[in-house]
Write a protein that binds this ligand. Structure first.
Ligand code: NAG
Ligand code: NAG
Ligand code: NAG
Ligand code: NAG
Ligand code: NAG
Ligand code: NAG
Ligand code: NAG
Ligand code: NAG
Ligand code: NAG
Ligand code: NAG
Length: 408
């Protein structure tokens, strides 16, 4: 689920056989100065970069000639305004319309809609036919200049096909016709073990586009990590109204319980908040939305402090501020963030803390805690929909360029 930015807002696959089981790895591209991650996917006979999103479940691609709509005033604007790649989908020979359904989704930062279709989809060297995808002909601006849509990696219950007579674009959270997302289909058809993993590269934040790490299907990415994995169950998000998941209390996002947070200075006082809370892991979001009781003291510990700004709905901070130590306890380990990842450059001169309070944003009246890219850049994350479990291990070599936030 990508959320609004505060304020202003090649596909290379290698298959490796491990003890008889195959895993497939796709290289990612980092865009937006290391904040957005895209993966190459072939739909029909055309290859696109799509945003890698563990925070939603549909795969959609922009259709040639789509309409771009400004989110603020609903005016039609030129396609460039949507910031997607100009590589768009044209109906291929393997495309089959699903005439009694439509595609419609509302993310935190906009709406996309169009038709539902079956297409042949290839990712990481694996191809499936008969995959349901959204072919989008109307969208708010949600691109990054490189991608042409999105790859949704969460559970079937939050897919966004609707009956063809569904008209309002304000009710896409309801009246869903759930279907199997791409990786679920790949597993059901016997191509992969029922899990995938992400290792987001810790790229320097001064290059608009760079190597972004790996998405591995049915295996682990080729990245050194600490030996022990912390395993936690994927939970039903208690606060999500059942109406959002077709009346059933089922797994939806990659949610689990965070058992606390540690913060402070390693040289001196580390504080801990041991209140646990549910959160979901969202590779489509650079901001992390966590309880105010955690975010407020941590943001006050930046040097100089990050100050809440009503207009940005975020904590504005000097781009070269020193971030405190900050870790989230998940399972039996505390995963610390790299300080430079806690500072998010949203324009040339403006930076905000990537930690904001979940109470300050609200999606359909809900308060949801979200763990995003700053967390993921420091771990190997395994998303196991066979065992309904997530596993995290610390990356050993961050390959980072120290705390250089002086980039763009
Ligand atoms: C994927 O990226 C790695 C660098 O991490 C590179 O060695 C490899 O060649 C890339 N794969 C392909 C097929 O280009
Ligand atoms: C290979 O797949 C089988 C069947 O799913 C599983 O039981 C086994 O543990 C897997 N082996 C490895 C090394 O992952
Ligand atoms: C959503 O619906 C409203 C009202 O019909 C319309 O003005 C607006 O353009 C639509 N936006 C998108 C992105 O579809
Ligand atoms: C698409 O964008 C690329 C790079 O910006 C440009 O070279 C190319 O001419 C564009 N193609 C079309 C059809 O506009
Ligand atoms: C977009 O596609 C839908 C579903 O096929 C169709 O009903 C609608 O008229 C199209 N809208 C535009 C603006 O092309
Ligand atoms: C597309 O998928 C169908 C159904 O699995 C398959 O029969 C067909 O060979 C695929 N076509 C291509 C071009 O891959
Ligand atoms: C919309 O279509 C569904 C079947 O696809 C039907 O159950 C429902 O009653 C229809 N709603 C309206 C308002 O026509
Ligand atoms: C956490 O528990 C797992 C088993 O669930 C174990 O493999 C791992 O070593 C433990 N890690 C730590 C740091 O205790
Ligand atoms: C920020 O906004 C809230 C409510 O929108 C208001 O109560 C508060 O006074 C504002 N604070 C500042 C410093 O403007
Ligand atoms: C962005 O900042 C850099 C250095 O801080 C400066 O050289 C450059 O001119 C700025 N660019 C814009 C568009 O303001």
């Amino acid at each position: 689920m990508h959320l609004p930015k505060p304020f202003i807002i090649g596909a290379t696959m290698l298959a490796t056989a491990e003890a008889g089981n195959s895993s497939f790895t796709a290289n990612l591209t980092a865009t937006g100065y290391g904040t957005v991650f895209d993966v190459p996917i072939t739909i029909g006979d055309q290859t696109f970069d799509l945003l890698v999103d563990t925070g939603s479940s549909d795969t959609y691609v922009m259709k040639t000639g789509y309409t771009c709509i400004n989110s603020l005033d609903n005016m039609i604007i030129p396609e460039e305004g949507c910031r997607y790649s100009n590589k768009t989908y044209t109906i291929s020979e393997t495309h089959r319309s699903i005439s009694d359904e439509i595609f419609g989704i509302k993310y935190g930062d906009g709406i996309a809609s169009g038709e539902m279709a079956y297409e042949n989809v290839s990712l990481g060297g694996i191809s499936v036919g008969d995959q349901k995808v959204g072919i989008v002909n109307v969208s708010n601006p949600m691109g990054d200049g490189v991608n042409s849509g999105l790859l949704g990696l969460a559970y079937p219950s939050i897919t966004s096909a609707h009956p063809a007579n569904h008209t309002s674009n304000q009710t896409y959270w309801y009246e869903r016709l759930p279907y199997d997302p791409v990786l679920f289909t790949m597993h059901k058809e016997g191509f992969i073990e029922p899990y995938f993993s992400l290792a987001l590269a810790h790229t320097p934040q001064n290059e608009p586009t760079s190597f972004g790490g790996y998405l591995t299907l049915g295996g682990l990415p080729p990245v050194a990590h600490s030996e022990g994995f912390s395993s936690v169950p994927v939970e039903i998000l208690e606060d999500l109204p059942v109406a959002f998941t077709s009346g059933e209390k089922v797994r939806s996002y990659w949610a689990t319980t965070v058992s606390g947070a540690s913060y402070g200075s390693s040289a001196g006082n580390m504080a801990a908040n041991e209140t646990s809370f549910q959160a979901f892991v969202d590779s489509g979001n650079y901001m992390q939305y966590l309880p105010a009781a955690i975010v407020e003291p941590v943001n006050a510990m930046f040097s100089p402090p990050a100050i809440y700004n009503n207009k940005t709905q975020a904590y504005v901070v000097e781009c070269d501020a020193l971030a405190p130590e900050f870790g989230l306890k998940i399972g039996n380990q505390t995963f610390f963030h790299n300080g430079e990842d806690l500072i998010y450059r949203i324009s040339n001169e403006t930076c905000v803390s990537s930690l904001a309070s979940s109470e300050s944003i609200s999606i359909e009246g809900l308060t949801l805690n979200i763990i995003g890219v700053p967390f993921l850049k420091n771990v190997i994350a395994v998303f196991d929909f066979g065992n309904n479990e997530m596993r995290f291990s610390k990356k050993l070599d961050l390959n980072s360029t120290a705390s250089d936030n002086s980039g763009h």
